[in-house]
Ligand binder design. Structure first.
Ligand SMILES: Nc1ncnc2c1ncn2[C@@H]1O[C@H](COP(=O)(O)OP(=O)(O)OP(=O)(O)O)[C@@H](O)[C@H]1O
Length: 285
């Protein structure tokens, strides 16, 4: 059964690429109003999970359900990617920034709202030129863009080409662009990659405020200071399988996670567990 607080439920997900089982029987839940982090060593399968959730890949097996506040439920593995954004209200950013670098910062945020505007036009030229509904929606789109420019601290750069922004500001613009689609779940692939400590701090504040206003977040992140600082829940993948799931504190002290990050062989895990337990014992004594 799915709890009322669950926004995303991934069940028995598997993804095979030829002979490689990149994800193998992986299950987890993300709660509404929380920041859930998906972590794991390089090549563990994190981006593959994201690509399955957001419709870039069709999983080999498994079920991915999205539960909206309204009670509506969507089986994401059955939807094309544009429906995942438009109907299920899942937005994402990418590991490599994908902005329209020749368009201005503001234009990037307006393009993100193109679907809503076209719907308001009735998909006709007359609708675009004369419909009061279209005019109202166009005004709303500009207001939404201005709101997220403020929130992402980009309002002063609104008319600059997106490609001219420093790296950290481009990352914030990607998040602002995703937020302009009004998502219930925001998926961020390594949002802190390449940020300096000041930019990282600004990102943490932005992500926390997005969560506090009711959008749930799922993020892949290598920067443990970000993960441990802002996550409510952490899920750890290794070789396509879940090895730990719990609060940041639980995961941080889980011997299996420590072993995975230290690159220890399976046979040595018991040794590491014993070492961690003796350290824990020592700390408690
Ligand atoms: N399209 C693809 N075709 C073939 N193999 C793939 C494809 N996408 C991912 N893989 C493989 O699946 C495995 C998991 O890759 P994935 O990119 O999901 O890992 P990751 O945890 O996101 O890694 P990183 O932290 O380095 O970004 C890797 O062995 C990768 O080479």
């Amino acid at each position: 059964m799915t709890s009322k607080d669950t926004i995303l439920k991934v069940e028995h997900l598997s993804m095979r690429f030829g002979g490689l089982m990149a994800i193998n029987d992986f299950s987890f839940e993300a709660k509404r109003g929380e920041i859930t982090a998906l972590i794991g060593p390089n090549g563990a399968g994190k981006t593959t999970v994201f690509n399955c959730i957001t419709g870039f890949y069709k999983p080999t097996m498994g079920m991915i359900s999205l539960h909206q506040k309204s009670g509506k439920e969507y089986l994401l593995e059955r939807l094309p990617d544009f429906m995942i954004t438009r109907e299920a209200k899942v937005a994402r950013t990418f590991q490599n920034i994908r902005l329209f670098s020749g368009l201005t910062v503001l234009e990037n945020l307006l393009v993100a709202q193109h679907n809503k505007l076209m719907k308001a036009s009735g998909y006709t030229i007359l609708g675009l030129l004369g419909s009061p509904l279209y005019k109202r929606e166009a005004k709303k789109a500009i207001e939404t863009a201005a709101h997220w420019l403020e929130r992402a601290d980009l309002i002063d750069r609104a008319d600059d080409p997106a490609g001219d922004l420093p790296y950290g500001a481009q990352r914030r613009l990607e998040i602002a662009r995703a937020m302009c689609t009004g998502p219930e779940l925001l998926c961020l692939d390594e949002p802190a990659a390449g940020l300096n400590p000041k930019e990282s701090l600004a990102l943490n504040t932005l992500l926390r405020s997005i969560r506090d206003e009711g959008t749930s977040l799922l993020l892949i992140e290598h920067d443990m200071s970000v993960v441990m600082e802002i996550s409510d829940h952490v899920v750890v993948l290794e070789y396509g399988q879940k090895i730990s799931d719990g609060t940041p504190d639980h995961v941080k002290n889980d011997p299996k996670v420590i072993a995975a990050y230290l690159g220890v062989d399976d046979e040595e895990v018991t040794e590491v567990i014993a070492e961690v337990e003796s350290l824990d014992g020592g700390a408690k004594a």
